[in-house]
Design a protein around this ligand. Structure first.
Ligand code: MN
Length: 197
């Protein structure tokens, strides 16, 4: 069972609205979420449900639909599955301070035939996403970590399929609203409730 000690050690749950969480046992389809997070830098937190937690990567730019464009994805600490519905503002002075938007969510399915935990350990995940914004085949490939560096570098790459789009790697950046509430990051900061549309 994966542990959440690294996740919990970074956060004060009496001050941040994020969930404390607990590891869960779930069989069947895995969930994925992508949270758009305006911390010191805007980034995309990409999370795949594996072995009862969200394995998590901080992707430095919007995921690209162009298979020739590889996005750097820094492996970060496991997050609880409860994090998959989190949207809100992490207070100033707390870890990851800034607005978090639920940018995409859905299910994921491995394409390798291996257990996802095995593929994660090997550093090669190939999978299909069924989200609102991210669809079709994707891969996360580990590109190695320098010794003594706790951060691990992976690449997030779109597979060549019908959902792939060549030529405009930032095309998904125009989708600026929450999949949960329809809010922009600015509206989340202002504490505005669900958009009326
Ligand atoms: Mn983040």
């Amino acid at each position: 069972m994966a542990r959440l000690s690294a996740y919990r050690a970074k956060r004060h749950f009496d001050r941040t609205p994020e969930p404390r969480g607990k590891p869960a046992c779930r069989a069947g389809a895995g969930r994925f979420v992508v949270q758009r997070h305006r911390a010191r830098r805007l980034h995309f937190d990409f999370r795949l449900e594996i072995n009862g937690v969200f394995k998590s990567w901080a992707v430095t730019k919007v995921p690209s639909l162009d298979p020739s464009v590889r996005r750097l994805a820094i492996e970060v600490e496991d997050h609880p599955l409860e994090y998959g519905v989190f949207e809100g503002v992490i207070p100033k002075g707390e870890y990851g301070a800034g607005a978090v938007q639920l940018w995409d969510r859905g299910d994921w399915r491995s394409q390798t035939g291996n257990r996802p935990g095995y593929d994660f350990g090997k550093g090669v995940l190939k999978f299909v996403l069924h989200g609102r914004k991210l669809k079709g085949g994707w891969a996360l490939i580990r590109v190695g970590a320098r010794s003594g560096d706790a951060r691990k570098s992976w690449l997030l790459v779109k597979e060549r399929d019908r959902e792939a789009k060549r030529g405009s790697p930032d095309r998904l950046a125009r989708f600026a609203r929450s999949v949960k509430t329809g809010r922009t990051l600015a509206e989340i900061v202002r504490g505005r409730k669900r958009m009326r549309r």
